[in-house]
Design a protein around this ligand. Structure first.
Ligand code: CA
Length: 582
């Protein structure tokens, strides 16, 4: 038995409350090393009534296997240890390490423990996000609905995107296209920043309480929110709280008044007077026009938390996406969550963190993150073809084990964004590859997020080429991609399993990716063939297998998946049919 590989941490993603009743406990072991694991658990003050439950193998990832079990703690607390067996060996894994024998008298000393479970500390993610399909809009480039608010010298729509030029997109333009989004199957939009700023991307806020005049005004924002809500759509705005813009009045005051300014401590200033080349103050990525805010200063914190609640109270927005979220202190985000959830209890809080984000995802800060790991694995497998189906599946497994189930259920899963090259460009414009990745994204767990234009074949390298104007000339749309999105989003809407069901791989399909979404007695099976050759798969399922698109019955012994294509099938339980006919 490889003891070195065995790992568990209490009060973490390895042991947490999924909801008020159910606790999930995970154990990591070496791959293919352990036959059986049982969890022995109980109340430390009533250990005689301890229970034992067999753990099941959750998944494999890299060097490891993961086992899982769900239990209901009694009396709001739990003490536990693992009984781990391989061929001829058995060990007990406890908070004191590995033991050959268990001394039940030492429950207080030796066992893993959650001393008391506080309901208020259980992460409750907003339920609506599980049903949501997000659409990310870069407002300056989406649609120009009002030419009277255009910046001077706007470029012609469709022209080459550059960082210093404007095209005139605005909030009215978004309102005008809400029916387009609604018909596509979008249920939530996320706007990159819309408050007063100098640049086209507006990540350099100069006034947090003012809609940028080139985008519209408060009235138009309220109108946009109302028009979204009328269509059953949610809207999330971008909170840029790590840094402000150079012309932010408090920073300008420091430039003007130096040490006499009451705002000196609002920033991280090394030396006065302010110098910009290079900046003698902390700035986002050393960019002098983006001075970093000192969020530990109570005045700054109050100012930004007022911004967060103001826009919810004033306009009714449904959440915040947090820019550069991992460069701001945890205490700020804890207070941010309190303020935001007090203003709107089901507001969605999604952080921009590109790597493992567990410290922010325990229920006291964000609900989830922009899932850049999902993007990376999708790029490697679908766009670049640099990893096998096995490695792709294990990478997704590893990603899933990083967080709690409630976080995975509301992850913002994206293929591209304003900060990356467009997925289609990464596929060297091979539409089929993009469509396979889209199939995985839209049939997978969590909330898919579509970057504007990807659905009509908009391509682009990194910034600023990934911020081209949206194509509104339908003749220029790639209808094949668009119809693929429409078809899959309709399926996602019609089959609740795809939004609420569990996620499980179908194993032993070689280079074909197969997974199931299971909810109660209903199952959807998805097969994706990422290769240049046709494949025939034997699928063993209980019940009648039928193609959800054609409605035709599928022979389980011989499921055809053509080269670079996918199959989506439902499993009809025969038992249910029989009961219905009685
Ligand atoms: Ca305009």
């Amino acid at each position: 038995m490889n003891l070195h590989a065995i790992h568990h941490v209490s009060k973490s993603n390895y042991c947490y409350m999924y909801n008020e009743k159910t606790m999930q406990i995970k154990l990591r072991v070496a791959k293919n090393d352990i036959n059986e694991v049982a969890l022995v658990y109980g109340d430390k003050f009533d250990w005689d009534n301890k229970q034992e439950k067999k753990m099941t193998k959750l998944c494999s990832a890299g060097l490891f296997d993961y086992f899982v079990v769900e239990v209901e703690p009694i009396n709001n607390r739990i003490a536990y240890f693992f009984e781990i067996s391989s061929d001829n060996e058995k060990v007990y894994y406890t908070d004191s390490g590995f033991l050959d024998e268990i001394n039940n008298e030492e429950v207080h000393f030796s066992f893993f423990q959650i001393a008391y479970i506080h309901n208020t500390e259980i992460h409750k993610a907003p339920d609506w996000v599980r049903d949501a399909v997000f659409y990310q809009i870069f407002p300056e480039r989406f649609n120009n609905g009002d030419t009277s608010n255009d910046p001077a010298e706007v470029k012609n729509w469709g022209g080459k995107a550059t960082n210093d030029k404007f095209f005139g997109g605005d909030l009215q333009g978004i309102i005008d296209k809400l029916d387009y989004l609604h018909n596509l199957g979008i249920t939530a939009i996320y706007l990159t920043p819309i408050f007063e700023a100098e640049t086209s991307h507006k990540y350099d806020t100069t006034n947090y309480f003012l809609v940028d005049k080139h985008f519209g005004d408060l009235k138009e924002l309220k109108n946009l929110v109302n028009e979204c809500h009328k269509r059953g759509m949610k809207i999330v705005l971008d909170a840029v709280f790590n840094h402000c813009g150079f012309l932010f009045s408090q920073f300008q005051d420091v430039i003007r008044s130096g040490e006499k300014s009451k705002y000196v401590d609002w920033f991280h200033i090394e030396k006065l007077p302010i110098k910009t080349e290079p900046p003698n103050y902390e700035a986002f990525a050393f960019v002098p026009t983006m001075p970093k805010l000192n969020t530990k200063n109570p005045e700054v914190k109050k100012f930004l938390l007022d911004v967060a609640s103001y826009w919810i109270d004033e306009t009714g927005i449904d959440g915040w996406r947090l820019d550069v979220a991992d460069e701001i202190d945890h205490e700020f985000w804890r207070d941010f969550r309190r303020v935001v959830k007090a203003a709107k209890s089901d507001a969605y809080i999604v952080g921009e963190v590109w790597s493992g984000a567990l410290p922010w995802l325990k229920g006291d800060q964000y609900d989830s993150i922009m899932n850049y790991s999902f993007m990376k694995h999708s790029l490697d497998f679908f766009a670049r073809n640099t990893i096998s189906a096995k490695v792709f599946k294990e990478s997704i497994n590893e990603m899933r084990t990083r967080n709690t189930m409630q976080v995975n259920e509301v992850m913002l899963n994206l293929l591209d964004s304003h900060d990356t090259a467009r997925f289609l460009t990464m596929c060297k414009n091979d539409v089929k590859k993009l469509m396979l990745a889209v199939t995985f994204q839209l049939m997978y767990d969590g909330a898919p997020c579509i970057y504007y234009g990807t659905e009509v074949g908009l391509d682009g390298k990194g910034d600023p080429d990934n911020r081209k104007t949206m194509i509104w000339d339908e003749k220029k749309w790639d209808k094949k991609i668009l119809n693929h999105y429409k078809k899959l989003l309709k399926i996602r809407k019609d089959f609740k399993e795809l939004r609420r069901g569990s996620f499980e791989w179908v194993e032993d399909l070689g280079e074909v990716i197969g997974f199931k979404r299971v909810l109660g007695k209903n199952t959807i099976v998805i097969l994706i063939n990422n290769q240049d050759k046709d494949c025939t798969i034997i699928l063993k399922v209980r019940g009648v297998l039928s193609d959800v698109i054609s409605g035709c019955e599928v022979n389980q012994e011989c499921v055809q998946v053509d080269a670079c294509s996918s199959r989506i099938m439902s499993v009809e339980d025969r038992q249910k049919e029989l009961l219905g006919s009685l």
